[in-house]
Write a protein that binds this ligand. Structure first.
Ligand SMILES: Cc1cc2nc3c(=O)[nH]c(=O)nc-3n(C[C@H](O)[C@H](O)[C@H](O)COP(=O)(O)OP(=O)(O)OC[C@H]3O[C@@H](n4cnc5c(N)ncnc54)[C@H](O)[C@@H]3O)c2cc1C
Ligand code: FES
Length: 282
């Protein structure tokens, strides 16, 4: 629904790679790419829309396929990703050097439906459990858990200042929050070890009764909690979840990223990664 731009499959040059947290790195790629064998043409990596992702693979690489990584932020010249080292693919991406090349395909997937979009009221009215209170302005929460902060922080930074609360939950320390405090109404941070913000988890600080619209990305247990807490809230917020599934092709062909929804099976890569919480079976 929201990719008006063509996808690219090319090799982009690493501008910088910096550690920003425990096993988390900020990878900055140059958007302008020069002719390479995979694409054969000069061009620019298209602007993504918040919520979209790219398939990334270091060059050279010991893995066959790219790994799905959300866009954290971008400007005219560069595009930035936050990457948590998990296995071989992400470890390779976190070990690149400036000047090295990274295979990149995208942008892929749908995006978050913005609170200021013309369609949002319609979606709320036709939601499985529609909002019970009519308020002039939608009350919005944006929530990131761990590396799931990357896509929601990029989305939050695109919203008008002072129109949302931002929640971020980590095991220890924080990352990916640049610029958020300057534009969020409130920033609420939890860490499990108490190293930053409130000690605890999202469930200790989040009140779903305060919101009409919730956007979230993070580990599945956190998303399950948000799905259930919002379903049971009398205010019935509309909730968008960005899901992280194993992916192979990233193109809708292999069905490796299939999830279950009340409308049947969906492919997380091309039908998502953003889904309405009340429609997915986690
Ligand atoms: C739409 C989308 C956006 C994502 N955005 C980001 C991002 O911005 N930054 C980031 O660091 N990661 C992101 N991920 C997760 C990232 O793609 C996986 O961590 C990565 O594919 C793991 O590859 P690997 O080769 O390093 O590890 P593997 O060797 O493939 O796996 C290592 C461990 O991670 C688990 N794992 C593998 N893939 C996933 C997955 N997709 N979700 C959860 N666990 C997984 C495996 O079960 C295994 O335990 C995103 C995933 C999706 C689907
Ligand atoms: S990753 Fe192949 S269909 Fe989604």
């Amino acid at each position: 629904m929201c990719s008006p731009y063509p996808k690219v499959a090319c090799a982009a040059t690493v501008e910088s790679i910096q550690p920003v947290g425990t096993d988390v790195f900020s990878l900055v790629l140059v958007r302008q790419f020069t002719p390479v064998s995979t694409c054969g043409d000069r061009g620019i990596i298209p602007e993504p829309i918040p919520g979209q992702f790219f398939m990334l693979r270091a060059r050279p690489s010991g893995v066959l396929l790219g790994r799905p990584i959300s866009v954290y932020c971008y400007d005219d010249r560069t595009i930035t990703f936050l990457i948590l080292k998990k296995g071989k693919g992400t470890s390779e991406l976190c070990s690149v050097s400036p000047g090295q090349q990274v295979d990149i395909i995208g942008p892929i997937g749908n995006c978050f439906l913005r609170p200021d979009s013309s369609e949002i009221e319609e979606v709320i009215k036709t939601a499985i459990t529609p909002r019970t209170e009519e308020s002039a302005e939608l009350s919005v929460a944006v929530i990131g858990g761990g590396i799931g902060v990357a896509p929601v922080a990029g989305f939050a930074l695109s919203l008008p200042p002072g129109t949302f609360d931002f929640y971020a939950s980590f095991r220890t320390g924080t990352y990916g929050l640049d610029g958020i405090a300057a534009i969020a109404k409130n920033v609420i941070i939890t860490t499990e070890d108490g190293s930053f913000g409130d000690r605890g988890m999202l469930s200790d600080v989040f009140n779903p009764e305060l919101y009409d619209l919730v956007y979230a990305c993070g580990p599945t247990p956190m998303l399950k909690y948000i799905q259930s807490a919002c379903k049971n809230a009398s205010r019935h917020p509309l909730v968008y979840l960005s899901l992280e599934q194993h992916m192979a092709c990233g193109a809708g062909a292999c069905l490796g990223c299939t999830i279950q929804t009340i409308h049947g099976n969906k492919r997380c890569c091309v039908d998502g990664p953003v889904f309405i919480a009340a429609e997915v079976i986690l």
